[in-house]
Design a protein around this ligand. Structure first.
Ligand SMILES: O=c1[nH]c(=O)c2[nH]c(=O)[nH]c2[nH]1
Length: 332
């Protein structure tokens, strides 16, 4: 038997990093320390033909240790604190670092997840507590939810090392996951296909609950280097787009009178493409986390068809409704 190495990539996964960035002092409380906190989980994988021999011939001479990959993430977080504030920019700077430093690295695949630390609302910073309106605390946070912001960036070297400037193609996908939402009415599922295996009744009014997963892609772009690390000049407002997509998603979830998960998903995607011209397409995965009416009718208490207010959430199985929505090609 003769075998061939079809593809390979290696690096460090689950590199956890917390970064605290100062904010300028508040004019009325100049001594108060004001911070931004970010918690990231990073994965950086390196690829290139010259790593083949580490797999096939046990030749480690070209292998940048995954430990060095990990150290580099912290090094760049320290060196380029501004770029870290937007995970797409940080991913870009990580990729550029590896391509500039190691001529035999052909591709860098970076994934970053940002966790949700949200400012605690406190009544006052001075005792007595509990007597003043709520203010966002300058340096105390709570984990508001398990939802995360994501970026996956694949950077590919287009130029030949030693022949002219470094030229890199970047493919960027951003996303959000684990955004757990539930609505108690304003959702139905009726007039679906029926056959002898169908037991589901028409549901005119039901609970709708899902954990939103959404990924959106940006146009691939080519950049020529050197540029200043941290300056990652990109006209794309990644933060604004993330915040907007998250808001449109929850707005439509809450306000759309949903005839099906499929149609709500479509409404979310089409609205986002209208609002954000930088987004090429958006993919959603919406599990239908069923919450069914419990049968207390058996005990003489009507709950199934009328007066429904006691339910049981079903962990598995869930429905899973997925789609990618893009822009239609102009008709010629
Ligand atoms: O919104 C829904 N879409 C479905 O395809 C489906 N199938 C199902 O059993 N319940 C639901 N709900």
């Amino acid at each position: 038997m003769s075998a061939t190495l079809i593809k390979q990539k290696y690096g460090k996964d689950l590199v956890r990093l917390v970064k605290v960035s100062p904010l300028p002092p508040h004019p009325q409380a100049p001594k108060l320390k004001r911070h931004i906190v970010q918690e990231l989980t990073c994965r950086v994988l390196l690829g290139g033909k010259e790593f083949d021999s580490s797999y096939t011939l046990a030749d480690n001479s070209k292998v940048v240790p995954t430990d060095t990959v990990k150290n580099t993430i912290y090094y760049l977080a320290k060196k380029s604190p501004a770029s870290l504030l937007t995970i797409e920019t940080f991913a870009h700077d990580i990729a550029v670092h590896f391509l500039e430093k190691y001529a035999h690295v052909q591709t860098v695949d970076v994934k970053i997840a940002a966790h949700n630390w949200t400012r605690i609302a406190t009544t006052t910073l001075q005792p007595p507590l509990g007597s003043a309106p709520l203010v966002a605390h300058p340096h105390s946070f709570f984990r508001a939810g398990e939802d995360k912001r994501h970026v996956q960036l694949v950077a590919t070297r287009l130029s030949t090392p030693g022949e002219g400037p470094l030229k890199v193609q970047f493919a960027t996908t951003s996303g959000l996951t684990d955004l757990y939402v539930l609505k108690t009415t304003g959702s139905s599922f009726e007039r679906f296909h029926r056959d002898e295996l169908t037991t589901l009744p028409d549901m005119a009014d039901r609970i709708f609950s899902t954990t939103v997963e959404a990924y959106w892609t940006f146009p691939t772009r080519v950049e020529t280097f050197p540029v200043v690390i941290g300056a990652a000049a990109s006209a794309i407002p990644y933060d604004e787009i993330y915040t907007g997509i998250r808001q449109v998603t929850v707005d439509l979830f809450a306000n759309h009178d949903s005839p099906s998960v499929q149609n709500t998903l479509w409404r979310m995607g089409t609205e986002i493409l209208k609002l954000y011209p930088d987004v090429v397409d958006i993919s959603y995965a919406l599990p239908n986390k069923h919450v069914f009416a419990y049968d207390t009718d058996r005990f003489g208490l009507k709950n199934l068809r009328e007066g429904t207010n006691v339910y049981y959430p079903v962990a598995d199985p869930s429905g899973l409704i997925t789609a990618t929505i893009g822009r239609s090609k102009p008709k010629l």
